[in-house]
Ligand binder design. Structure first.
Ligand code: ADP
Ligand code: MG
Length: 459
């Protein structure tokens, strides 16, 4: 699995930082060791010189009396042990600890070296001077050694605070960078939501405000893609609208011609039956082209659709048209409309919406049934409801009725496009369509909710 962008950025930042902390820590450890060595070695040598000064030649030979000052230099809170040894010539011990090792080689210059005494590591210095006695020159070597506690303490005091500071910095970076990244990635999430939250109708450009410069090319590319899709969709819709429109004239002509033929072949039953069949197919085709044209018009209606339209008036005009069809099927068609139910929209499309719903209710409700159109208004929305006491729709059919060309029953003629058109028009107006139970025992109610007219720029 690929790592998240956040983890990768964090890694890119933290790995070099950890390396940097490592390298600087090693370097500062070494320089702290050097500084501790230099100061401690200087103190050792000073002490060896002080001891060397007090070696005297008395009657009984060379003697050394160690002054407390010579060893006081080493007093430290670190409980270091101090050893010394004074040797005359090559190996005649005149004072101090005999176990203390001598440095390898000669000691014409002060020599600093490491040794072990009583199992403890010590740092030692050997310093040599000449003693003049009885006309002879005798070399005296003073060795002073000290355990390494204070040396390590100095080193740690120099080195550890820096290490701690750098580790704190690392921890701070590791804690703050994810927060910063989360804040900086928010525009990307906004962009994602903008794309993911779109309906098929929303094919406008993306919202690019507040986006970092680096994301602009992506947004531009998506916008370009959206523009192409929009162009393509528009071309398709124009084609369907054009084709439906072109078909309607020859179909009307054909209808008239079939009617003429019917009149002319009265009495010839075979011919008459064939022509009746042709007329039925013709009616279906006309209905289909009409619905296709309406769907194409609904889809490509210019936005925004903002003419103040009274839904009660729309319902009234539709009922006037369909009242004859209702009477023919003995349907009790009625309306309960509140006044002032204004929406912002396209009156022709809203007529088509109501007409499709009422037409369905009349068509699918059994003769003698009842169909009511209700218009209610609230402050925010207008509710249009078409209720019948027909056969209703099963849950399975409800899931599909808004699909194009889907028909739940063959009880009446139809194209399967009516409810697709209804939903398309409702969506175009910023509304929704829901199905519910109609009158008892099994009827259907279709509810369309549209945003109420909010005043302003009527066109
Ligand atoms: N009021 C209704 N009562 C029962 N069934 C309905 C009603 N309205 C629509 N339907 C069912 O939904 C299907 C889809 O309706 P629609 O899209 O208008 O297509 P059409 O009416 O052309 O068949 C119809 O075939 C019908 O079975
Ligand atoms: Mg229909």
């Amino acid at each position: 699995m690929r790592m998240s962008l956040r983890a990768r950025l964090l890694l890119w930042l933290l790995v070099p930082l950890v390396l940097f902390v490592l390298v600087t820590s090693i370097a500062s450890y070494h320089s702290a060791c050097r500084i501790a060595d230099m100061t401690e070695d200087a103190a050792l040598l000073a002490s060896a010189r002080t001891i060397g000064e007090v070696v005297v030649w008395s009657d009984s030979g060379p003697t050394v009396t160690i002054l407390p000052a010579a060893l006081e230099i080493f007093e430290s809170p670190h409980r270091d042990r101090v050893y010394y040894k004074v040797v005359l010539g090559r190996d005649r011990l005149i004072g101090g600890t005999p176990r203390l090792a001598m440095p390898p080689g000669n000691v014409s210059q002060p020599v600093h070296y490491d040794a072990v005494i009583d199992g403890a590591k010590v740092r030692a210095v050997a310093y040599s001077r000449f003693l003049y006695a009885d006309g002879k020159v005798v070399p005296v070597t003073v060795v002073v050694a000290k355990t390494r506690n204070s040396r390590q303490a100095i080193r740690d005091q120099l080195w550890l605070p820096q290490l701690i500071r750098e580790c704190l910095m690392l921890a701070l970076v590791a804690a703050l960078v994810p927060l910063g990244l989360a804040a900086e990635l928010r525009p990307l999430m906004r962009l994602k939501n903008d794309v993911a939250g779109r309906t098929p109708l929303q094919i406008g450009p993306m919202r690019a405000e507040g986006l970092p410069r680096e994301l602009r090319p992506i947004v531009d590319a998506i916008d370009q893609c959206i523009a192409q899709i929009r162009l393509h969709t528009q071309t398709q819709r124009d084609f369907v609208a054009g084709a439906a429109h072109q078909l309607s004239t020859p179909l009307t002509l054909l209808d008239t011609q079939i009617q003429c033929a019917c009149l002319n072949c009265r009495g010839e039953s075979a011919c008459e039956t064939a022509l009746q069949g042709a007329r039925r197919s013709m009616r279906k085709m006309k209905a289909m082209t009409r619905q296709l044209l309406m769907l194409a018009q609904a889809e490509s209606a210019p936005e925004p659709l903002r003419k103040m339209t009274d839904m009660a008036e729309v319902v009234e005009s539709v009922l006037e048209e369909l009242v004859v069809a209702a009477q023919r099927r003995d349907i009790d068609l009625g309306a309960e409309c509140e006044t002032g139910a204004m929406v912002a929209g396209n009156p022709a499309l809203l007529c088509a919406l109501v007409s499709n719903l009422v037409d369905n209710a009349i068509r699918y409700t059994q003769p003698g049934g009842r169909v009511t159109v209700i218009v209610r208004r609230s402050r925010e929305e207008i509710l249009l409801q078409v209720i019948d006491n027909g056969p209703g729709l099963s849950a399975d059919a409800r899931a599909h009725v808004f699909e194009r060309f889907y028909r739940a029953s063959a009880a009446a003629e139809g194209t399967g496009l009516g409810l697709s058109i209804v939903r398309e028009i409702a969506l175009r107006h910023g509304g929704t369509v829901t199905l519910g139970a109609g009158y008892e025992p099994a009827g259907l109610s279709v509810s369309v909710r549209l945003p109420a007219w909010s005043g302003g720029d009527a066109r």
